[in-house]
Design a protein around this ligand. Structure first.
Ligand code: AMP
Length: 380
């Protein structure tokens, strides 16, 4: 199967060719046809599966089939984080580069006035995080009454982050006659409830069963005392000359502290989390992407949905509190045909949580001692 089989317009095919995509990914094969037919869909797909193009391509195609360019958005994409909003917006612009439709991205944490200015110029596609979107609605700088296509991207994460009320408020502002696309990596009671209230007779497009972890990821867990974690991490990075690693920690404070400790150990590292300014987050991300930064230390929320290609190592420095997050985290590696390594640090308090993760992933994670690592004795 090729992209030609979807009868996409030549402008989209040209952009895909330039991007070097030859074949649709499984989620694209499943989602693009029903979206083009005007159906609501519920798509179960993690980041890294090509899910963004699975909605961006058919929506651009639909806009193009309908022809006119408008001032008020017809496509609204809601995302949980700023980074994901930026990424999704970039994808629309990229795939639609030979088409006249304009994409705007709005998210919180940056000044609202420049966004108001640029919204004045109009757009066909709006990608937004829920809170800032509502700010604009309140200030009457945005008209949502023309939205005909709604995408909830990473819906499960939006619910986890407590956006349900914002989402409901936004949906209430939209015209009733709409096509709704919902993407979620996991499927639980809350998601089911949202589906039932939002989607009409949806087509289910799933590429991975439940919470199974990526096949290509090698998983290992190291037993380690809490105080030795940072030394073990620095040791692993140096010993195996890890080119790049994404490290998950539980708290913002912990992320800052670990980044500083790694820098002290001679490893270029930076933290990314919700308290950092947008500028700092964007800078850290682009330094990491360009290879200038060896270790990116992230909290769950900040890392969700980041498109980091070719990542070989992910470290769960602290275990996630929710087992499903383990799946999301290690989904950053082993993508698009590459293999990856997920390393999890386990302290004596983590046994119960590890069991919960193994139950969710239906896999056993081998636990060993880090052979060759000599604990570092410090005064503190
Ligand atoms: P996503 O799951 O949307 O974050 O996409 C993951 C990565 O796969 C992104 O870097 C996309 O640019 C890339 N991608 C999406 N569709 C394809 C495709 N059909 N062929 C190759 N790469 C793709």
């Amino acid at each position: 199967m090729t992209f030609n089989d979807f009868s996409l317009c030549s402008e989209l095919l040209k952009a895909l060719k330039e991007k070097g995509y030859t074949e649709p990914t499984p989620i694209q094969k499943k989602a693009i046809p029903p979206v083009l037919e005007g159906r609501d869909i519920l798509a179960g797909a993690q980041t890294g599966t090509g899910k963004t193009a699975a909605f961006a391509l058919p929506l651009l195609e639909i806009l193009n089939r309908r022809g006119e360019v408008r001032k008020d958005p017809r496509v609204l994409v809601l995302t949980p984080t700023r980074e994901l909003a930026a990424q999704v917006g970039e994808n629309f612009s990229l795939y639609g580069k030979h088409l006249p439709y304009r994409t705007q991205i709005i998210f919180g944490g940056v000044k609202i006035n420049p966004q108001i200015q640029s919204l004045r110029t109009g757009c066909d596609i709006l990608v937004a995080t829920p809170g800032r979107l509502l700010d604009h609605v309140q200030q009457k700088t945005l008209n949502l009454s023309r939205v005909e296509y709604l995408v909830l991207d990473e819906a499960d994460r939006m619910l986890d982050m407590g956006f349900i009320h914002d989402i409901k408020r936004i949906i209430a502002l939209l015209p009733g006659k709409r096509q709704n696309l919902m993407f979620s990596a996991t499927y639980d009671k809350e998601i089911k409830k949202l589906c039932n209230s939002l989607l009409h007779n949806p087509v289910l497009a799933e590429v991975r069963e439940g919470n199974k972890t990526a096949d290509k990821v090698n998983q290992i867990a190291y037993k380690i005392e809490h105080a030795q974690k940072r030394h073990l991490l620095a040791w692993l990075i140096k010993k195996d000359s890890w080119y790049q690693v994404l490290v998950f920690v539980r708290t913002k404070h912990g992320a800052n502290r670990l980044a500083k400790q790694l820098v002290k150990a001679g490893i270029s590292a930076s933290a990314i989390h919700g308290d950092k300014s947008q500028g700092a987050r964007t800078r850290a991300l682009s330094e990491f992407k360009s290879g200038d930064l060896q270790a990116l230390i992230a909290t769950n929320v900040a890392a969700r949905g980041l498109d980091l290609q070719g990542l070989s190592y992910v470290v769960n420095y602290d275990l996630p509190q929710v087992p499903e997050d383990y799946v999301h985290r290690i989904g950053r590696t082993g993508r698009a045909g590459e293999s990856g390594q997920a390393i999890t640090f386990i302290t004596s308090e983590d046994a119960k949580q590890l069991k919960a993760i193994e139950k969710t992933t239906e896999q056993t994670i081998p636990v060993t001692n880090p052979i060759g690592f000599v604990p570092v004795v410090t005064a503190s």
